[in-house]
Design a protein around this ligand. Structure first.
Ligand SMILES: Nc1ncnc2c1ncn2[C@@H]1O[C@H](COP(=O)(O)OP(=O)(O)OP(=O)(O)O)[C@@H](O)[C@H]1O
Ligand SMILES: [Mg+2]
Length: 485
């Protein structure tokens, strides 16, 4: 038994009393009795009952059907008719007011109770449904994506405000129209019309992902790049009863992507021009050191020899002093030569890449005690200067890394070329490292090697694993547009 508040509308006093006591026995409380339609509306507004039990023929101008209609529309209170009239006309009029029950007088107590309980339950469910509908409608209106729903004939049944803004169609105009009239998309690249995913889904029963390079054409002809997706709407038996299409404007995302690509290209150009300027500068300093400083030091050595011949003006202690100077100058000259060679190995320009690589590796072996195995199968005749320098620098950096980080015993260096490509690989048996866990700001060596290779149209690969050594490989095309510039 519930404690529900019921408004009874009945103009016959004795019947009203009878109804009231029946309701009380069933556990309902009658909060008021109204005898006219007007009074019923006033009481409903004032007391907000849980249910109205309404007679149809009432005193006054307004009958029960008219009063029930107003109560339903204004206050959403369930109304059950309790009447002696069951003629067709009355029933038809009552039906329009969507009553929650219809009981004919004389009634059984049990019948009244069951009808009221059913009415309350139905009203509760309907209220919940309405709440859900409002919730879904608010959700669809407030989300940032555009949403269009269709039935199985591809006719639009719903459209949210974002979809209105993007297509240029108002909801009222679009509802009932074929989706292809409202949601017109073309392929950005070909300019050709694309079949939207709702059609594909309904025809082929295929749930498709994003339509590639889709551009939406709005009602006024405005074109916007979009991302779209599509899903079937199913009934409780799993049958497809429509399609929901979700899409969004990606103009801004595309603009940002384009500018990030563009920036990457600019950075790559910048780094390659820095590398090439650095190479030029090294060449210049190397030449100055070798030709200028080297010449001066050699001239000083000649002067010392000449001075030693001036026996008449030199004391015996001066010979020892001159010898000391000679040793110092020779050492300085040696340093100048090796500095000059590091900056720009003359052997590279004079004898070519193969000789420069062999000479460099001999020096490393001598200085570090590393066992170096060389495999050289290279035709020197067609290697562009820029490629020779890049390979030499990669070898320098890779071996410096081995000496600095690898704790290796042995290194295998392969230099190979055929008519189209040349490659260098440097493989050590050292401790290796995890490439993916290298901090981004760790060093510039690996990055520089990659930049050098890629700038010349080559490919740079590095493989390394803990305790399994590191392998670096760079392959260059011998003829490419980049080499011509
Ligand atoms: N052959 C190798 N064996 C083991 N670890 C290596 C090897 N080569 C590179 N590494 C690891 O990769 C890191 C990055 O190398 P990279 O040459 O980029 O920088 P770096 O040598 O630390 O500094 P930089 O070259 O700028 O002077 C190194 O710090 C080292 O941890
Ligand atoms: Mg390094």
């Amino acid at each position: 038994m519930s404690d529900l508040r019921v408004l009874v509308v009945e103009d016959e006093g004795i019947i009203a009393k009878d109804i009231q006591s029946t309701l009380n026995r069933s556990g309902y409380s009658v909060i008021a009795v109204a005898s006219s339609g007007q009074e019923a509306i006033e009481k409903a507004m004032e007391m907000y009952p849980d249910l109205v039990l309404m007679d149809i023929v009432l005193e006054g101008d307004m009958d029960g059907v008219a009063a029930a209609e107003k109560i339903r529309d204004r206050f959403d209170i369930p109304v059950v008719y309790l009447t002696a009239y069951s003629d067709d006309t009355t029933l038809q009029r009552a039906k329009i007011t969507e009553p929650y029950g219809y009981i004919l007088k004389p009634f059984q107590e049990r019948e009244l109770y069951t009808t009221i309980e059913m009415a309350l339950y139905k009203h509760k469910i309907e209220r919940k449904l309405k709440e859900n509908e409002r919730w879904v409608a608010t959700l669809l209106k407030s989300i940032g994506d555009a949403v269009i729903a269709t039935d199985t004939s591809k006719l639009i049944t719903f459209m949210n405000p974002v979809a209105e803004a993007l297509t240029g169609w108002k909801h009222e105009e679009a509802v009932g129209k074929p989706i292809k009239d409202v949601f017109k998309i073309i392929n950005e690249k070909t300019g050709k019309e694309v079949e939207e995913s709702a059609t594909r889904l309904l025809q082929d029963r295929v749930v498709t992902g994003i339509t590639n390079h889709a551009v939406l054409i709005a009602e006024d002809g405005t074109k916007r790049p979009i991302d779209d997706s599509c899903a079937p709407i199913r009934d409780d038996k799993g049958r497809i009863i429509g399609v929901v299409l979700i899409f969004r404007d990606i103009t801004e995302t595309k603009r940002m992507q384009d500018s990030i690509l563009k920036s990457e290209k600019q950075l790559r150009n910048l780094s390659s021009s820095i590398l090439s300027a650095q190479e030029q500068e090294r060449k210049r300093i190397s030449r100055e050191l070798h030709d200028d400083l080297g010449q001066i030091l050699t001239a000083v050595l000649l002067d010392i020899s000449r001075a030693e011949k001036q026996e008449t003006i030199l004391s015996s202690s001066s010979y020892g002093f001159l010898e000391h100077i000679r040793v110092g100058i020779k050492e300085a000259l040696q340093r100048v030569r090796s500095l000059s060679a590091i900056l720009r190995p003359g052997i590279l320009d004079q004898l070519g890449l193969k000789a420069a690589v062999i000479s460099f590796l001999e020096e490393i072996q001598e200085q570090t005690g590393l066992k170096i195995i060389e495999e050289m199968q290279v035709d020197q005749s067609n290697i562009p200067e820029s490629v020779s320098i890049a390979i030499y620098r990669i070898l320098q950096e890779a071996t410096t890394n081995i000496v600095k980080h690898a704790e290796a015993k042995q290194v295998i260096v392969k230099l190979q070329s055929d008519s189209k490509t040349i490659s260098i690989s440097i493989k050590d048996d050292g401790k290796g490292f995890k490439l993916e866990s290298l901090p981004i700001d760790k060093g510039l060596g690996l990055l520089g090697m990659k930049e050098r290779a890629e700038w010349l149209g080559g490919v740079f690969k590095i493989e390394s694993a803990h305790s399994r050594g590191t392998s670096i490989c760079a392959e260059f095309p011998l003829f490419s547009k980049k080499l011509a510039t």
